[in-house]
Design a protein around this ligand. Sequence first.
Ligand SMILES: [Zn+2]
Length: 284
Amino acid sequence: MEKAGHRVDIPVDVSADVPSVPPSHVARPRAFRLRVTAAVACATVVLASPAAAQSLRGSPASLSLQNRQAERHDFSFLKGSRDVARFVDAGLLVPLEGGPTYRLEDVSFNVARPEVRLFVERLSSQYKQACGEPLVVTSLTRPLTHQPWNASARSVHPTGMALDLRVPRKAACRKWLESTLLELERRQVLDATFERRPPHYHVAIFPRAYVAYVASLTGREKSAVRASAAGAPATHVVRRGETLWRIAQTYDTTPTAIRRANRLSSTTIRVGQRLVIPTPTHGD
Ligand SMILES: [Zn+2]
């Protein structure tokens, strides 16, 4: 499993399509098919457990998944403040200062892995745009000496790869945040759970997979910007399983902007449909 795991980081972009391959394709006897089958079957095995864990309910499986990622990245579980300081000095943990799109509250150490900061910056800017309020981060790196009494002994907070988010008061914002976390979980770039005591979302970022995912988006965002700068709007051909919301997220724009650009009267789209993608709403 540890060895097969290295494959996970590579096919981030195809992850959405892999599980939907009909079983009938897997049994074709031709040589070419067989090679494809081997790749798909392997990917499916790797994907099987995260797909099953695709909910915000906390579970031992979720914890195992988070710990496997910590192992895969060779992350240390920091014991106390001195370890945290050492990791900051070495540049392995970076500061999160808060800003117009997110706020820190009751955070004991405002440092985390660089990929966590990237995640907070991206998510909070999208959240602010969708909800009109800043995102609230309630925990980042927590060394073993600073874990709350009810924390699991397997918590990955001591590695700096996890963060906690406050549950938004407004139902619409809650829905946005939960569906965004689930969508990212489906792409296998993080694992998120809803925790009750106290209520919050716990999010463990899978650093390499998350960075690969963002790089793939940035590439598409860049080509959309280039295209619109050249006067020709970017277009996107709808693939199976895509929603307007997901496409908007991919190009860093909004479903409303896409609907407007394509004069769509509803959010319904069909496979193969060509959509004009408006210029991204923010260029970070
Ligand atoms: Zn947590």
